[in-house]
Design a protein around this ligand. Structure first.
Ligand code: WT7
Length: 629
């Protein structure tokens, strides 16, 4: 049986790592990895751990941007391409490390001129253009933590994030190109900033040239950064200086601002990028397809690859624009050797058919990666055969916004891979599967049993929520929120979220957040949202809605409700389906039984109803739906 795929001999012979064994001394191991970076002052202590608060490389100082850019230029690598950028319409830019060096220093000078001081937050709301990378690094360079907000989020979501972390500057663009058209961003920023008095300026990149409203606080990037001086002194910051805040959905309606700091984060981002992707910076062309608005973009498009001096591809648009072979055209054009993408994309390519990739020369590829959700074995095998030509190892990387960097993954030159399993904690990482009592078990909750350098340092402004969410279930062990199974070989298989968080196309969306968006529409009395399995997106959002008696029924109402959610949160949170129902199944204590609603959404007979306050409710729901189902 073709159950496991040993590393190809020629791959293993040249691999950066040939063993996935754990180091004898974990802290000494991480100290060795931290030495990949340039430190201005060495640390006094590798780890200070007072659960749940960690400090890594205490006393050390460094500058993250210098580590990602300046030191490569100083080492004579200024001419190396950092980014092969491809715009969706087909325009391109080649950015060397020397170019990046100039741009980041210019942008840093502008931020300082605008009065941004170390420690003050800057919000970034940009399409996938090089300025997004420059903006993040410029913030890092002056020690101003960035909060990148994915361009698909609504004005409402943007405003909530700006307000929560009290950002004083927003960096955006007129728009970006998506599916062949200019898609505006600035209007959302204008709407958000109107409600955020703390924002003093908006710095605007001209990408599409579309018309924009202009106010006194707005500045063009090309008129400021474009003309600024490249002379900029980068001071070093404490290893624990905040590097960024990135919002992610939790089990309540309010997203959590996940805080990452500098030294430990950069150490683990760089180490994992070297180890898991087997990066050879002189020869590889690496491509991570994630947007910079997600943590994958932070760690594996910006900080990891650039700290390692990689050459990478950055693409602005969607995989189907202007045609469904665009990704494979780009792989062939740039000679991509390492490709990192998500199962939802792979399943979409499967749907489009293997003839498409077969029409392109993909022979440059040598390693494939997957992230965002468990990859089903069928998609794994398709990826292996039709993209990897049967010769490329696949690394299925498990991690989270909170972990900052990859935690569980095969090592391509050392691990015999199993389709569908993330398998092994990386060297230096300790994971386990616990039962409710906190004992190791075969099927249970995934926990991380030791602190790690790139771990979150907290939730912005909410230490209590940090403790409750991650450290209360199993004291001194990190509760990841994922179900997991350990097989007879000791390998870990991820089983999906165990909380009220959905995973749609690899993006975390809170059921509660979508519910409160629905309830805030005047026609809605009550709403319950579930993630129903979806062949392409992993899960799809299905909402059960009870209308107010006063609500006017009508064909368009469901469409309007979907639009309302998109307006409240962003298009990614738009329900796949909204079902109007007379009642919701609730327990005697009033808790909605989502399990039963999931049964309905996935169209199977519903399970045990004995705990319902009124067990006839389910019949009522299903009867009402019969014509539609
Ligand atoms: C959640 C984290 C990490 C970057 C992208 C998502 C799920 C992620 C895998 C994987 C199984 C995975 C988990 C996790 N997840 N990667 N390889 N196998 N599940 O980051 O938005 O913070 O979501 O994504 O459920 O908890 P995120």
């Amino acid at each position: 049986m073709d159950n496991s795929y040993p590393p190809p001999a020629d791959f293993a012979a040249r691999a950066n790592l040939t063993s996935d064994a754990q180091p004898a001394d974990r802290l000494a191991f991480w100290a060795t990895q931290a030495a990949r970076l340039d430190w201005e002052r060495p640390w006094d202590e590798v780890l200070r751990w007072e659960p749940p608060n960690a400090e890594w490389f205490t006393g050390g100082t460094l500058n993250a941007a210098v580590n990602c850019v300046d030191r490569h230029v100083a080492a004579g690598l200024g001419d190396r391409v950092a980014i092969h950028w491809e715009g969706e319409p087909g325009d391109t830019r080649t950015i060397t490390y020397a170019d990046l060096h100039d741009e980041v220093r210019r942008a840093a000078n502008v931020l300082t001129e605008l009065g941004v001081h170390a420690g003050e937050r800057v919000a970034i709301y940009l399409p996938m253009i090089p300025e997004a990378v420059v903006a993040m690094l410029a913030c890092a360079r002056i020690g101003a933590p960035h909060t990148v907000v994915f361009g698909g989020f609504s004005a409402e979501s943007l405003a909530a994030r700006i307000t929560d972390c009290d950002a004083r500057l927003v960096i955006t663009a007129d728009g970006g190109f998506r599916r062949g058209a200019a898609s505006a961003l600035k209007p959302q920023v204008d709407a958000a900033v109107a409600r955020c008095p703390g924002v003093l300026n908006v710095l605007v990149v001209q990408r599409t040239g579309q018309d924009v409203e202009w106010t006194e606080r707005d500045l063009w990037w090309h008129e400021t950064v474009g003309t600024a001086s490249t002379a900029h002194y980068a001071r070093a910051f404490d290893a624990e200086h905040p590097l960024f805040v990135l919002y992610t959905s939790g089990t309540t309606a309010k997203p959590k601002g996940i805080l990452h700091t500098t030294g430990g984060y950069l150490t683990q981002a760089a180490y994992t990028h070297h180890a898991v992707f087997d990066l050879k910076p002189e020869t590889d062309v690496y491509w991570c397809t994630a947007d910079v608005g997600w943590v994958t973009g932070h760690s594996y498009l910006v900080y990891g690859p650039l700290a390692n001096g990689a050459t990478q591809v950055m693409y602005e648009g969607t995989p189907d624009s202007p045609h469904r072979g665009r990704f494979w055209e780009l792989v062939a054009k740039y000679g991509v050797t390492i490709l990192y993408t998500a199962p939802t994309a792979i399943r979409t390519f499967m749907k489009w058919g293997e003839e498409l990739p077969a029409g392109y020369d993909l022979s440059s590829l040598r390693l494939l990666g997957s992230v965002g959700e468990p990859i089903n074995p069928e998609a794994w095998r398709w990826y292996h055969e039709h993209i990897g030509g049967g010769r490329c190892p696949i690394v299925d990387t498990w991690w989270q916004t909170e972990t900052g960097a990859i935690m569980i993954s095969p090592l391509p030159g050392a691990t015999a891979t199993k389709p569908g399993a993330a398998q092994r904690p990386l060297p230096g990482v300790s994971a386990d599967v616990f039962d409710e009592a906190g004992q190791p078990t075969e099927v249970g909750h995934l926990v991380l049993t030791e602190p790690w350098p790139s771990m979150l340092r907290g939730i912005w402004g909410d230490p209590e929520r940090y403790r409750d969410t991650y450290w209360a279930t199993y004291p001194e062990n990190y509760f990841a929120g994922d179900g997991a199974r350990r097989d007879a070989d000791g390998d870990i298989w991820l089983l999906g979220r165990v909380d009220d968080v959905m995973n749609v196309s690899g993006h975390r969306i809170s059921t509660t957040e979508v519910e409160s968006a629905l309830v805030n529409h005047p026609a809605v009395a009550e709403a319950a949202v579930v993630g129903a399995s979806d062949a392409t997106t992993g899960q799809g959002i299905v909402a059960f809605v009870i209308l107010r008696e006063s609500a006017e029924l009508g064909e368009e109402l469901v469409g309007r409700l979907r639009g309302h959610v998109a307006e409240q949160i962003g298009a990614i949170a738009k329900p796949r389906q909204i079902l109007l129902v007379p009642e919701l199944p609730k327990t005697r204590s009033g808790k909605i039984m989502r399990r039963l609603l999931r049964d309905v959404a996935e169209r199977r007979p519903f399970g045990d109803v004995t705990t319902l306050a009124d067990s006839s409710v389910m019949d009522l729901i299903v009867e009402g739906l019969a014509p539609a189902a």
